[in-house]
Design a protein around this ligand. Sequence first.
Ligand SMILES: CC(C)(COP(=O)(O)OP(=O)(O)OC[C@H]1O[C@@H](n2cnc3c(N)ncnc32)[C@H](O)[C@@H]1OP(=O)(O)O)[C@@H](O)C(=O)NCCC(=O)NCCS
Length: 170
Amino acid sequence: MIRDATEHDLPAIRDIYNDAVLNTTAIWNEQKVDLANRLAWFNARQALGYPILVAVEHDEVTGYAAFGDWRPLEGFRYSVEHSVYVRNDQRGKGLGPRLMEALIERARACGKHVMVAAIESGNQASIRLHQRLGFIITGQMPRVGIKFGRWLDLTFMQLALNPGAEPPKE
Ligand SMILES: CC(C)(COP(=O)(O)OP(=O)(O)OC[C@H]1O[C@@H](n2cnc3c(N)ncnc32)[C@H](O)[C@@H]1OP(=O)(O)O)[C@@H](O)C(=O)NCCC(=O)NCCS
């Protein structure tokens, strides 16, 4: 089941996030976060009206997905950048695509125009997942990151949420 996260889900979300911090190049920081950090993040997303979705099986959070503003300047206000994480013992079962399909619908419902994925170029599972969802590669940035003692390349992918839409009259 996919549903909106509540504060009660934050310990599980923190654990999934910290596992990615310690063991993957999906996220390019090396410091684990605590519950207060995830609560601040949760509250900030709530204040913006942006969803945090969780996949739940047998009352356990098995993955989550969320988006935030892509860049802070107002000219980017119709573009969001998302994250999707599936617990390490639950990967390869289709949860990532289901979370993403639900998140894409929510981004449309928020009136967003483009979703951006910033993916470590070696993360083929994520790149393929995004390609299957209709994202296209729109940028390649060699050696812009570092983790685990090696340079990391960044692949940008994006999805047009309402292709051809005129700029909103505001
Ligand atoms: C990328 C990720 C979200 C994909 O979610 P998922 O639920 O595993 O997605 P799928 O079930 O569609 O599987 C994706 C691929 O991983 C493969 N896979 C199978 N078992 C796997 C396992 N135990 N561990 C990792 N990948 C596995 C699948 O076969 C599939 O390969 P394919 O693309 O050749 O078909 C998930 O692997 C994940 O959370 N990874 C770590 C964090 C991350 O990279 N997030 C994205 C940052 S941009």
